[in-house]
Design a protein around this ligand. Structure first.
Ligand code: NCD
Ligand code: ZN
Length: 461
């Protein structure tokens, strides 16, 4: 605790929400970038500076465990500076990067280059996942000890053309990862179903965006969830489902969890916000892997995933591609020539606040899904994901009532292609604080590139 020390800063005039509940009219004292105490202002230590949050809500810093920073190799789409400026403006205090770069991040030397780039360019704290392929099973122990957040296997072909390991290789990899203290996450889609259906539609000349949805049916996701959980049951490897998109897959996950498998999962705001109708309306811009789902699947994703608690996390799958690549001004573009994914760092907190305003998720549940659970799952808790004394003073400050409409040209990513363009939100990010310092003040990103530090255990040092 703080003892008699004078705090560097006190954030006051706010209500605080954590995964446990809400405290009205309190403040947070910060010493050396760490939380000294949270409580009524008269119980906090004196401070050199008081920062009024003007009645807004302060929550533990939001963590996004699924960000394609595109560096190295695809810097024309995004880089560490633009991704983390966008994260800061979106209320995200820690990003976890995805390894489908060029080259892919599958060995310690490449991981070290990622740390070097992020150390120089990141405006918020960061960590990274590494990929497991047919070729790097022998490197699993070294990677596990190199400060990674987690491992990732791409079961379905997606951007980056990473071939999935065979089932035999996957089973062996899971045995090796079970020996480490890291978790293995998946892009969980059955690729044989995808390849067959995509091939058939291509042959038939079906290039409309909706055929991409048809080529990746819920069955492909359910099969992959089930296979992964079957292997996890056998190997005791803790697993995570990235971007789970359908109610059917959430039901499969729930059933395996009830049988005792250590499987966690996330969904993304777009799977909760949109149905596949947006693909009919907006075309290739809304192409994403796995695809947006029917109203029935979305409803069951809500009821099983959120209401019954089968899902642990919210993440963006922030996946920038240029307007030209996404066919923004070219409605005739074949969906098969369009990459999947779109940006999300600046819309995920407002989307979740909008769901809270509609009464579909409570604020403490939102904090659990978007801060506490991702920190726990990727080994950053309690340093991240809590407001416990002695932990990093990472805060997301939001106005839960502010109404606004997205004009994509305001986004800070290199890419601004998103189906959220023109959508209206209730709730906005007012300030982002990383280790006690304001990195976004409501108008501008105030952190310099290089402010961000590694958020995972420092065993890389
Ligand atoms: C992602 C990308 O572009 O890197 N695309 C996507 O449609 N989700 C890859 C991925 O997460 O599968
Ligand atoms: Zn994926």
């Amino acid at each position: 605790m703080s003892g008699d020390r004078i705090a560097d800063r006190r954030y006051v005039d706010c209500d605080v929400v954590t995964a446990e509940g809400r405290m009205d009219d309190v403040g947070v004292a910060v010493i050396d970038g760490k939380i000294a105490s949270v409580g009524r202002v008269d119980s906090l230590p004196d401070a050199r500076r008081n920062v009024s949050l003007e009645g807004n809500l302060l929550v533990p810093g939001i963590i996004d465990d699924h960000v394609h920073t595109r560096t190295p190799g695809h810097e024309y789409k995004e880089d560490w500076e633009t991704a983390t400026r966008s994260a800061a403006a979106g209320g995200i205090t820690t990003v976890v990067a995805m390894p489908n770069t060029d080259p892919i991040i599958d060995r310690v030397s490449r991981l070290d280059s990622v740390y070097e780039t992020a150390d120089a360019d990141a405006c918020v704290d960061y960590a990274t996942h590494v990929v497991v392929t047919s070729e790097n099973l022998d490197r699993i122990p070294a990677l596990a000890g190199a400060g990674i957040a987690g491992f990732k296997v791409f079961l379905g072909i997606t951007f980056g053309d990473i071939t999935a390991p065979t089932d035999g290789e996957l089973h062996a990899a899971m045995g090796a990862i079970a020996e480490s203290d890291r978790r293995l996450g998946f892009h969980e889609e059955n690729d044989e179903i995808r390849a067959y259906l995509e091939g058939k539609f291509r042959e038939e000349g079906k290039t409309d965006a909706i055929y991409h949805n048809r080529s990746r049916p819920p069955l492909a996701e359910v099969e992959a969830v089930s296979r992964v959980c079957l292997f996890a049951d056998d190997t005791d490897c803790p697993v995570h489902m990235f971007h789970l998109s359908s109610g059917s897959a959430a039901e499969a996950l729930r059933d395996w969890r009830q049988r005792g498998v250590d499987a966690t999962a996330e969904t993304c705001p777009h799977y909760l916000w949109f149905t596949e109708d947006v693909v009919r309306d907006r075309g290739t811009v809304a192409r994403v892997q796995p695809p947006l789902r029917t109203a029935d699947e979305v409803e069951r994703l809500w009821s099983v995933g959120i209401d019954d608690g089968a899902l642990d996390c919210i993440a963006t799958d922030h996946a920038p591609h240029t307007d030209e690549e996404k066919g923004v001004d070219n409605p005739e573009k074949s969906v098969w020539e369009t990459p999947g994914g779109f940006v999300g760092l600046e819309t995920q907190v407002p989307a979740m606040l909008t769901f809270a305003d509609e009464g579909r998720v409570t604020l403490p549940e939102w904090v659990r899904l978007h801060s506490t659970r991702p920190a726990q799952i990727w080994g950053m808790y309690p340093r991240k994901g809590s407001l416990l004394p002695g932990t990093d003073a990472d805060f997301t400050v939001v106005d839960p009532d502010r109404e606004w409409t997205l004009d994509r040209t305001s986004l800070r990513s290199k890419s601004t292609a998103t189906p959220f363009d023109g959508e209206s939100f209730v709730g906005a990010v007012e300030r982002t604080v990383v280790r006690g310092e304001v990195v976004y003040d409501g108008d501008d990103v105030t952190a310099s590139p290089g402010y961000g530090t590694l958020a995972t255990p420092a065993d890389k040092d």
